[in-house]
Design a binder for this molecule. Structure first.
Ligand SMILES: Cc1cc2nc3c(=O)[nH]c(=O)nc-3n(C[C@H](O)[C@H](O)[C@H](O)COP(=O)(O)O)c2cc1C
Length: 318
């Protein structure tokens, strides 16, 4: 297996440089479609020019296929949505056999989101992916219940988090991103635990655990009571997490939560993110990520910003 190649396609007009480096990987622009909101990428290929994106993260992959939670699975909330998909996916082996060969035709980074119910599950997914061509990096979803620890999230305790990241690092032959859970006491502590254990980048953050009831039935609006909040509502809270984590670690941070406009991307970058991901916005417009690439180019030109990377950490004290 060859090392992942940097994707260096031109980012657009020569006057604006949107390229960013996340560790050893070069991205033509900082916009990456988020896991669970962009399928396996191929489903979007007729609507979206995948080659225009910095990259995309595929739906979370488990060692075995998973059927997911009962319907309904999504519900609109004020300025956002809740989902209870239950991590439905085709399993890592079907991904490698059926989806990855189609994705190799595109010149953009494909990131594989990985999860499990115990450490061995995570490692099995990584081992299968290690032998496959066409994946640039792995993103560990640590917002999953650990069956060996009574169902507590991997990402909720710095020692448990460091343990799973360290094991994944030993097995992984590709850059390892760790996607942190947002509802932790001190995000800086979690960020440092992941960095110390070998994470190459941190994705901040996953959805916020939530509850959404129908007042008439007093039952969950969704098929499960375990739901996650995403969209514009979470942006200001997640921005603070990104800023706090960026002051605690040296590894690059990929910020996500509620991004809908080019200005939202600039805010995340100013708060300390190197790149961003776009999730819920795809439910309003499947072309949201591609539209944001065009919008960010215009934003930079209007602002006389030549390189987006210059804005990193440019948060001004008032
Ligand atoms: C329908 C749906 C499915 C998701 N599935 C996953 C997943 O499989 N793995 C994961 O790490 N995050 C998953 N997420 C979380 C998103 O990748 C992202 O972290 C979150 O939605 C916040 O970003 P946003 O506000 O831009 O949507 C999912 C989110 C949604 C809305």
């Amino acid at each position: 297996m060859s090392a992942p190649q940097p994707v260096t396609a031109p980012a657009g007009p020569a006057d604006v440089d949107l390229s960013v480096s996340v560790g050893t990987l070069l991205f033509q622009n900082p916009i990456i479609a988020a896991s669970g909101t962009f399928g396996y990428g191929v489903e979007f290929a007729e609507l979206v020019d995948l080659n225009r994106l910095g990259g995309f993260v595929v739906k979370g992959l488990s060692a075995q296929p998973m059927a997911g939670a009962p319907a309904p699975r999504i519900w609109d909330t004020a300025s956002g949505m809740v989902n209870a998909i239950g991590l439905q996916n085709i399993g890592v082996r079907a991904f490698v056999a059926e989806k990855l060969p189609l994705l190799r035709a595109y010149h953009t980074h494909v990131i594989a989101n990985v999860f499990g119910r115990c450490a061995e599950d995570y490692l099995e997914v990584i081992r299968v992916l290690n032998d496959a061509e066409g994946v640039s990096a792995y993103e560990l979803n640590v917002s999953c219940p650990n069956v060996d620890k009574g169902g507590a999230e991997f990402g909720g305790d710095p020692i448990v988090l460091g343990g799973i990241v360290g094991e994944a690092r030993r097995v992984s032959r590709r850059p390892l991103w760790v996607k942190l859970a947002p509802t932790v006491g001190f995000i800086g502590l979690m960020a440092r635990a992941a960095e110390d254990a070998g994470a190459d980048a941190l994705t901040i953050a996953n959805t916020y655990p939530a509850l959404c009831l129908d007042p008439h039935t007093r039952k969950s609006r969704l098929g499960s009571t375990t739901v996650g909040l995403s969209g514009a509502a979470i942006k200001p809270i997640t921005m603070r997490l990104v800023n706090e984590a960026s002051r605690a670690v040296k590894v690059p941070i990929i910020g996500l939560g509620g991004i809908e406009s080019p200005g939202d991307i600039v805010e995340y970058v100013a708060a300390g993110a190197t790149a961003v991901q776009v999730g819920t916005a795809h439910f309003v417009d499947p072309r949201a990520s591609e539209r944001l690439v065009e919008g960010l180019e215009k934003w930079c030109r209007n602002d006389n910003t030549i390189r987006i990377s210059e804005l990193k950490g440019s948060l001004q004290k008032s």
